[in-house]
Ligand binder design. Structure first.
Ligand SMILES: *Cc1c(COP(=O)(O)O)cnc(C)c1O
Length: 417
C-alpha cells in the first residue's frame, strides 16, 4: 500500500483513508502486487484495456519503436508510425471520414471535435457556436468537455466557467419520440453540432438506447445541416459488440472521437476523424484559417506504434470471436441475477453488462459505491460501480473462471448489503 505518498489521485477522496493498492505487474485480465496477490481487472483499467494487459505484440511494438524514434514535433513534420496508423484508420472507417487529427486523450479528442465544428462554421463565414448534447452524457473532465457533459456534484465548483449547451432528453424506453422531437426542434435553431455517445452512455450510468434512435438522431442532424459528432472514446474497439458502436446503426458521423482502446489500452493516444468539408473549410493560403490546436505529445511515435499493433491484432487475431463469446458469457451471468429482487434494470450491450442495485439513498454521494469498491477489492476484483450502478466491462481475454469469480463477487456483494 502506498500510504505516505505525495500523489493526489484522480476521483479519489483521500480524506476517507481508503487503502491504495500498489500494483507491480499485469498480465491478461490480472493486476498483481509485489507479493503475487492479484485482482481481476473487471473494468479494463477504466475502459481502456481491450485485448488484455501487456499483450505481447503491443509490448513488442513499443520496444521496437523505442529503438527508432521517441518523439517528434508534429506541426509540419511527420513519421512512419503515424502515417501507417492514419492509412489503416482510413481503411477501417467509412469513406466520408477522410482526415485524421491526432491528440493524446479522450478529452482532448472531444475538445478537438468541438473546435473543428466551430472552426468549420467560422471559416465558411456562417459562425455558429451552440452545441447540442444528450442528457446524462460524459465527454471528459476539461472545462470544454465538462460543458458538454452532465452537470452535477463532480463539476459544481467549475460551473460558472462552463458554457451553455442545449440538452436533449435521454431516449428512455417508450420516450424515444420525445428525444427525437426535441432534437429536431433544437436543430431548427441552427446550432453548430450535436455530440453524442453512440448506443451507450458510459459514465452517465451505462444507459443503453437502441440503434434505430441513433440512426434517427443522425438523420435529423443531416437534414438540418447540423454537424454530428460521435464520441466513441469508450464505445470504440469492440466494447459494444462491433468495432464501433456507430456500425450497428449504419451511422456515419461527421466527426468521430477515438481514444481508450486505440492502443489496446497501453499508451495514451487519441484521434479525431472528420469529413472532408471540415478540413476544406480550414484549407487555405490564408494563415488565419489554420486549425490552431496542438498538444506536445500529438501523435507520439511510440503510442502510434502501439496503436498499429492494436490494429494488427484486429486484423490477424479472432478478436470479433472473443468479443462474441465474452458477450454471451456476460449475458449468461447477468441473467442469473436478473430475477434477484435487489437487482433492477439488468442490461447488456456487447461486452458490457450492468444493473442497478435497489437501495434507498443510492445517489452518487451515498457511501454505497465506496463500500462496494472496497468489498470487491478485498475479494480480488477491480470493479468501480457508478453510484448504485454495478457494471462489468472486462478485457476480451478474460478466462471463464476469472469472469465467474467476478460475478460471484458481485453476487456476494449483494448479500452483504
Ligand atoms: C473516458 C471518456 C472520455 C475522456 O477520455 P480521457 O482519455 O479520460 O480524457 C470522453 N468521452 C467518453 C465517452 C469517455 O468514456
Amino acid at each position: 500500500m502506498a500510504d505516505q505518498s505525495p500523489i493526489w489521485h484522480p476521483f479519489t477522496q483521500h480524506g476517507l483513508g481508503d487503502p491504495i493498492p500498489l500494483v507491480t505487474h499485469s498480465e491478461g485480465a490480472r493486476l498483481y502486487d509485489a507479493d503475487g496477490k492479484y485482482w481481476i481487472d473487471a473494468i479494463s483499467s477504466w475502459w481502456v484495456t481491450t485485448h488484455g494487459h501487456a499483450h505481447p505484440r503491443i509490448m513488442a511494438a513499443i520496444r521496437a519503436q523505442t529503438e527508432r524514434l521517441d518523439q517528434l514535433i508534429f506541426a509540419g513534420w511527420t513519421h512512419e508510425p503515424a502515417e501507417t496508423l492514419a492509412a489503416e484508420l482510413m481503411r477501417i472507417t467509412p469513406d466520408p471520414l477522410t482526415r485524421v487529427f491526432f491528440s493524446d486523450s479522450g478529452s482532448t479528442s472531444v475538445e478537438v471535435a468541438l473546435k473543428m465544428a466551430l472552426g468549420y462554421w467560422f471559416n465558411i463565414g456562417e459562425p455558429r457556436h451552440r452545441i447540442l448534447v444528450l442528457e446524462h452524457s460524459y465527454h471528459g473532465d476539461t472545462i470544454g468537455t465538462m460543458s458538454v457533459g452532465e452537470r452535477g456534484v463532480y463539476n459544481r465548483a467549475w460551473q460558472p466557467l462552463l458554457f451553455d449547451v442545449d440538452t436533449i432528453p435521454f431516449p428512455h424506453e417508450g420516450m424515444e419520440q420525445a428525444t427525437l422531437d426535441a432534437l429536431e426542434a433544437a436543430c431548427s435553431q441552427n446550432p453548430a453540432a450535436f455530440i453524442v455517445e453512440p448506443l451507450i452512455l458510459g459514465a452517465g450510468g451505462m444507459l443503453i438506447y437502441p440503434a434505430w434512435v441513433l440512426a434517427e438522431m443522425r438523420s435529423i442532424c443531416a437534414r438540418y445541416g447540423v454537424l454530428f459528432i460521435a464520441d466513441e472514446v469508450m464505445t470504440g474497439w469492440g466494447r459494444t459488440g462491433t468495432r464501433f458502436a456507430c456500425d450497428q446503426a449504419g451511422v456515419i458521423p461527421d466527426i468521430v472521437c477515438l481514444s481508450k482502446g486505440l492502443t489496446g489500452g497501453s499508451l495514451p493516444l487519441a484521434v479525431t476523424l472528420c469529413i472532408e468539408p471540415i478540413f476544406q473549410a480550414h484549407w487555405s493560403t490564408d494563415r488565419a484559417k489554420t486549425f490552431y490546436h496542438s498538444s506536445s505529445y500529438t501523435a507520439n511515435p511510440i503510442a502510434c506504434a502501439a496503436a498499429n499493433a492494436n490494429l494488427a491484432i484486429w486484423r490477424d487475431e479472432p478478436v470479433q470471436q472473443r468479443i462474441d463469446s465474452l458477450a454471451d458469457a456476460q449475458a449468461a451471468h447477468l441473467s442469473l441475477l436478473s430475477h434477484d429482487p435487489r437487482v433492477a434494470n439488468p442490461r447488456r450491450l456487447g461486452t458490457i453488462a450492468a444493473f442497478d442495485i435497489v437501495a434507498p439513498d443510492a445517489g452518487y454521494l451515498s457511501d454505497l459505491a465506496p463500500r462496494l469498491i472496497a468489498f470487491y477489492r478485498d475479494h480480488g476484483v477491480l470493479l468501480r460501480p457508478l453510484g448504485n450502478t454495478v457494471y462489468v466491462m472486462p478485457p476480451y481475454c478474460i478466462m471463464e473462471e476469472e469472469l465467474a469469480q467476478v460475478w460471484s463477487a458481485v453476487k456476494a456483494s449483494l448479500d452483504t448489503l
